[in-house]
Design a protein around this ligand. Structure first.
Ligand code: PLP
Length: 457
């Protein structure tokens, strides 16, 4: 039934009538009609018309293991039959959450041994703030309540997540935000570096953090939060000077460093966590997406021993969700992480598929008339479109140019996302060389067509 041609119109009509999509202009979408995705396998999706689409975004940065893995379905099935649900509030626990916690302690840096659970990346960031505030209160420093974040960051869409994020389109639709959150500028050299040297720019942007801490008073600042590389903001990789300086500043002023690893975690950069690629050591790690490869929702927060010890010894921490550590989600997470580890998938991203992907992308697009820079490592990349790549002159209608390019990809059965004038790729970590070649050929065709449409080919 799903692949009957005549079912598409029916699905679209019902979707338009009853379903509100995230981050979508619904009137416009309903006029165009949604594409109905009915099945997936490996790195490929199929729509209700029978078209096969190659997924260059791993769903929404989450399907690290690829689609259709029987082991995860089996883990969920077995767990649902054994214990579909039980809470962990009132002196109870269960095997999947115990096993997951031990596994996360092995995969995260040595100083991380305790984990809190939730259902999404947004909730993970909310939870991180709850834990950070609790920690400072227990230290007798309740005034340390400011959290510093960055412009064009993405930390989710709850009130706290969206306040922490630096997306002005989201802030505009929020009449009230969380208190005690302030932003500094993002480390985006191509767009904002002007004539500065890249590394000097990285240092200057990091030092905005120090200036803001001093302005607020270090005794009032709880934490700094950042994605190791900005994901939704455009796969923006900071200059290599940036993170070591951020870490120095946080240490010197006793400000906790929260790494939002919701995208970067679980192999995306070829490391288990992206902060390792950038060479810094966070105090708190937030996770979701690749934790379960998106098969079921789950988020987690890792607390370094300094924070976890204080919370453990500090009496009751009044926080949790009905589904904290959900047994089915935890069982799927365990199966997922074991496959990523035991099949050598993360190691392969570092040694083989990641370098191959980055090399092919640069071979195909360096020097292209509308490509200003290509950033990325492992299996994640941002491709900056620009009117003049040499002078870094950006398109005045960059959002439209990005959208045009994205639509050309989608019509040619490649999912590549646009963030303003940057094109993003983040395929499942199981992608093969042949599939990488196919993705990059399709991406290049779309960028060529975009250049032609603009008269810049
Ligand atoms: C997706 C994302 C979030 C939010 O996760 P949800 O599961 O959508 O709530 C938070 N931080 C980063 C870096 C993300 O990419």
């Amino acid at each position: 039934m799903n692949d009957r041609i005549d079912s598409t119109a029916h699905y679209r009509a019902l979707d338009a009538a009853h379903h509100l999509h995230p981050f979508s202009d619904m009137a416009e979408l309903n006029r165009a009609g949604s594409r109905v995705i009915v099945k997936a396998e490996g790195v490929h999706l199929w729509d209700s018309e029978g078209a096969c689409i190659i997924d260059g975004m791993a769903g929404l940065w989450c399907v690290n293991l690829g689609y259709g893995r029987r082991e995860l379905a089996d883990a969920a099935h077995a767990q649902m039959q054994a214990l579909a649900y039980y809470n962990t509030f009132f002196r109870t626990t269960h095997p999947p959450v115990i096993e997951l916690s031990e596994l996360l302690a092995q995969l995260t840096p040595q100083t991380f041994n305790r984990f809190l659970y939730c259902n999404s990346g947004s909730e993970a960031n909310d939870t991180a703030l709850r834990a950070v505030h609790r920690y400072w209160a227990l230290q007798g420093k309740p005034d340390k309540r400011y959290v510093i974040a960055r412009s064009n960051a993405y930390h989710g869409s709850t009130i706290a997540g969206a306040t922490l994020g630096g997306m002005s389109d989201m802030h505009e639709q929020m009449p009230s935000k969380m208190e005690h959150v302030v932003h500094i500028d993002q480390p985006y050299w191509f767009g904002e570096g002007g004539e500065m040297d890249v590394e000097a720019f990285g240092l200057a942007r990091a030092r905005q953090l120090e200036a803001r801490i001093i302005e607020l008073g270090a005794e009032n600042v709880a934490a700094f939060i950042g994605e190791p590389f900005q994901g939704a903001g455009g796969v923006i990789f900071p200059p290599s000077s940036y993170w070591p300086e951020i870490q120095r500043i946080c240490r010197e002023h006793d400000v906790l460093l929260i790494a939002d690893e919701v995208i970067g975690g679980f192999g995306r950069t070829g490391e288990w966590f992206a902060h390792r690629h950038f060479g810094f050591e966070p105090d708190v790690i937030t996770m979701a997406k690749g934790l379960t490869s998106g098969y079921v929702p789950m988020g987690a927060v890792g607390l370094s021993d300094r924070i976890a010890d204080a919370i453990v010894n500090g009496g009751e921490f009044n926080h949790g969700f009905t589904y904290s550590g959900h047994p089915v989600a935890a069982a799927v997470a365990v199966a997922n992480l074991k496959l990523l580890r035991d099949e050598g998938i993360v190691a392969r991203v570092k040694e083989d598929t990641g370098p191959y992907f980055q090399m092919r992308l640069r071979d195909a697009l360096s020097g292209h008339p509308i490509v200003g820079e290509i950033q990325g490592v492992g299996l994640v990349a941002g491709i900056q479109l620009a009117e003049n790549p040499v002078t870094r002159k950006r398109f005045v209608n960059g959002d439209d140019v990005g959208t045009m390019c994205r639509n050309l990809c989608f019509n040619n059965n490649l999912v590549m996302r646009a963030s303003g004038d940057r094109m993003l790729l983040s395929p499942p970590l199981v992608v093969t060389h042949e599939e990488i070649d196919e993705m990059i050929a399709k991406a290049k065709a779309a960028i060529d067509a975009t250049a032609s449409a603009l008269g810049l080919a």
